[in-house]
Ligand binder design. Structure first.
Ligand code: SF4
Length: 335
């Protein structure tokens, strides 16, 4: 099992916690049907924080798992009040970006929540019988009908692959940021309550650290100056990284004397998540803390590497955009 955890997300503790991941790995090792499920809000072009999840999914595919990806268009409409046509368009764009980032379409399935079949919606209705408002409030705070329905929908997203008509995957793994754990706990509780009636079992989960924005706060579409988007121009990447928060000192002289603090540095974070192998990363950390490299030069290297990565991504995206028969990949909602 250790062999399976060699990806740098594990060795660098970007994925740092789990619930029952060991059981899921054991099932994988025995050749049982396992699946990885994750969801995305289609509200804009994906950024590097989303690409980090694409990386995770690619890794799980590489060790033999099938992945299923929810486009959370029902929640976008009801809770976030996004425009429906735009949501669907962003959902389709999202799929193209996921494939361009390297997800294997042979081992992946995408779906829009509102294009699902009746069995999925039957689950939502059945789940409503065994969840209390107090449980909902504890997770979602102030409730509205939209939030309640969305929460039940999310539980159906996590648990529906277990039903025979959706493949009968009894071992579902959900990789999420730790802020999502309450939703996982709810899904696990619901699985327990429907163990007898529907034969559901508890899903497993892994928890990753979220890639931060270039100012050290959350990377988010709502703060575009501090996020790098997957369709970002080279010029914009250069400008944004040039402004990024680092662990550098006030003056070059001080930095040469005291060394930098890479653990505070958003450029180092990009290196850690995406840009360097273990040997290179260790060398850079050493150079930084000993004051042998200054932030200006370090940023220039990061910019070149990231620009190259996004350029390759954009090229693959253009090919996919021209050649992909998207209707074969995903069923669009009818309205
Ligand atoms: S030298 Fe590089 S890693 Fe060190 S603080 Fe500056 S930008 Fe960050």
């Amino acid at each position: 099992r250790r062999e399976l955890l060699k990806h740098h997300f594990f060795t660098r503790r970007i994925i740092f916690g789990h619930r029952d991941f060991d059981k899921w790995l054991e099932a994988l090792g025995k050749g049982e049907k396992v699946i990885v499920l994750t969801g995305f809000m289609p509200s804009g072009t994906p950024h590097l924080g989303t690409a980090m999840v694409f990386e995770e999914l690619k890794y799980f595919q590489s060790i033999g798992a099938y992945v299923k990806i929810v486009i959370a268009d029902a929640e976008a409409y009801a809770v976030r009040r996004e425009d429906r046509d735009l949501t669907i368009r962003f959902g389709l764009e999202f799929i193209k970006h996921a494939l361009a980032w390297g997800l294997n379409p042979e081992k992946a399935e995408f779906y829009f929540q509102t294009a699902m079949s009746e069995a999925y919606y039957r689950l939502i209705q059945m789940f409503s019988r065994k969840i209390t408002m107090a449980e909902m409030e504890a997770i979602y705070g102030d409730l509205s009908p939209a939030k309640v329905v969305s929460a039940l929908t999310q539980v159906a997203d996590i648990l529906h692959p277990e039903l025979e008509e959706f493949g009968g995957f009894k071992h579902v793994l959900v990789p999420v940021g730790v802020d999502q754990d309450p939703h996982l706990r709810l899904a696990r509780d619901v699985a327990d309550r429907f163990e007898g009636e529907l034969g559901l079992t508890r899903p497993s989960s892994t928890y990753h650290k979220l890639l931060r924005g270039l100012d050290g706060n959350k990377m988010s579409k709502s703060r575009p100056d501090f996020a790098i988007f997957l369709d970002e121009s080279e010029e914009a990447i250069r400008k944004k990284i040039a402004m990024a928060l680092t662990g550098g000192r006030a003056t070059a002289e001080e930095q040469r004397k005291l060394g930098g603090e890479p653990w505070k540095c958003m450029v180092f974070e990009l290196y850690t998540y995406f840009l360097l192998n273990d040997k290179e990363l260790n060398e850079l950390r050493e150079e930084c803390v000993k004051g042998r490299i200054l932030c200006g030069e370090c940023k220039r290297i990061a910019i070149e590497k990231l620009v190259e990565r996004i350029r390759e991504h954009r090229k693959r995206y253009m090919e996919i955009n021209e050649n992909l028969a998207i209707d074969r990949i995903v069923k669009k909602p009818s309205f």
